[in-house]
Design a protein around this ligand. Structure first.
Ligand SMILES: NC(=O)c1ccc[n+]([C@@H]2O[C@H](COP(=O)([O-])OP(=O)(O)OC[C@H]3O[C@@H](n4cnc5c(N)ncnc54)[C@H](O)[C@@H]3O)[C@@H](O)[C@H]2O)c1
Length: 256
């Protein structure tokens, strides 16, 4: 049985994610670009992966070793149905909240429907998912990784309402890290722009890509692999003393 959560690192520097072998991992938004990459990544380590998404279509994570369930983070009962199924077998060791939606708007022009829609998925969905899937981890330990955004740290164009929810996800991460210590570690990653379902329109525009890349000190956009490595680090005991942290995956964008 995997031992995740509050454990010191093994000192196995050649394979720092060894404790994820055989771990039970649930990825919300698991059919999205980053979610599917996360599912594939955890499967490649030998983890057992639950892929939860509101959509039954989308990027196809490696089907070997991935259990797909359609569920909506806006509906607590649909999450509880998946948790009831998980509870019949091995408990979860890792929860990754990788669901999300984007509707670009400035703050003043954001109508109430748009605000409520974005908030219900991007913030309330993390709240529900942590309560339903994370709470049972408190008995035996586990690791939660939330996907935030650089937009939750710096104010950027028309990602404003989304950025406010992502900032709240970083704060939720800190609050849970304290409340669910010492057995559960809770962290977040905050990516810069990455080609994905959510940013397909932006990356189709060469002018956007070149100005975005120019604005990033490391002069490149993020990749799926950047995020998968960061999440694996935060999920495994390689980061055993890290909790409540939002790891910037932004090539230095938030520094300038
Ligand atoms: N791509 C980027 O540039 C970028 C940058 C920063 C943060 N992020 C974050 O990364 C995460 C993954 O996004 P992505 O880039 O892979 O986008 P994506 O659109 O490819 O994936 C998002 C997934 O979330 C799922 N989803 C949406 N609403 C849901 C709901 N109510 N219940 C369950 N699942 C739902 C979608 O079906 C989709 O599969 C999101 O949290 C996003 O905010 C992305």
């Amino acid at each position: 049985m995997a031992k995740l959560g509050n454990f010191p690192p093994s000192g196995d520097y050649a394979f720092p994610y060894r404790d994820l072998v055989g771990a039970q991992v649930l990825v919300t938004g698991g059919r999205g670009t980053l979610g599917a990459a996360l599912c594939r990544g955890f499967v490649s380590l030998g983890a057992k992966v639950w892929c939860l998404d509101v959509s039954a279509v989308g990027d196809e994570p490696d089907t070997a070793g991935v259990i797909h369930r359609v569920a909506d983070v806006r509906e607590r009962s649909s999450l509880q149905a998946v948790q009831a199924e998980i509870a019949l077998g091995e408990p979860l060791d890792v929860l990754v909240n990788a669901h999300g939606i984007q509707i670009r708007s400035d703050f003043a022009g954001c109508d109430e429907d748009t605000w409520m829609t974005l908030t219900d998925v991007n913030l309330n969905g993390v709240y529900r998912s942590c309560q339903v899937f994370g709470e049972p981890m408190r008995e035996r330990g586990g690791a939660i990784v939330n996907i935030g955004s650089v937009n939750g740290v710096v104010v950027s164009g028309k990602g404003t309402p989304y950025g406010i929810q992502k900032a709240a996800v970083s704060h939720l991460t800190k609050v849970l890290a304290v409340e669910w210590a010492p057995l559960v570690r809770v962290n977040a990653v905050a990516p810069t722009a990455i080609p994905s379902g959510m940013t397909r329109d932006l990356f189709a525009n060469p002018a956007y890509v070149s100005s975005k890349v120019q604005s990033i000190p490391l002069k490149r956009a993020g990749t799926e692999e950047d995020i998968v490595h960061a999440v694996m680090f935060l999920a495994s005991s390689a980061s055993g003393l890290v909790t409540g942290h939002t790891l910037m995956m932004d090539g230095g964008l938030s520094l300038v």
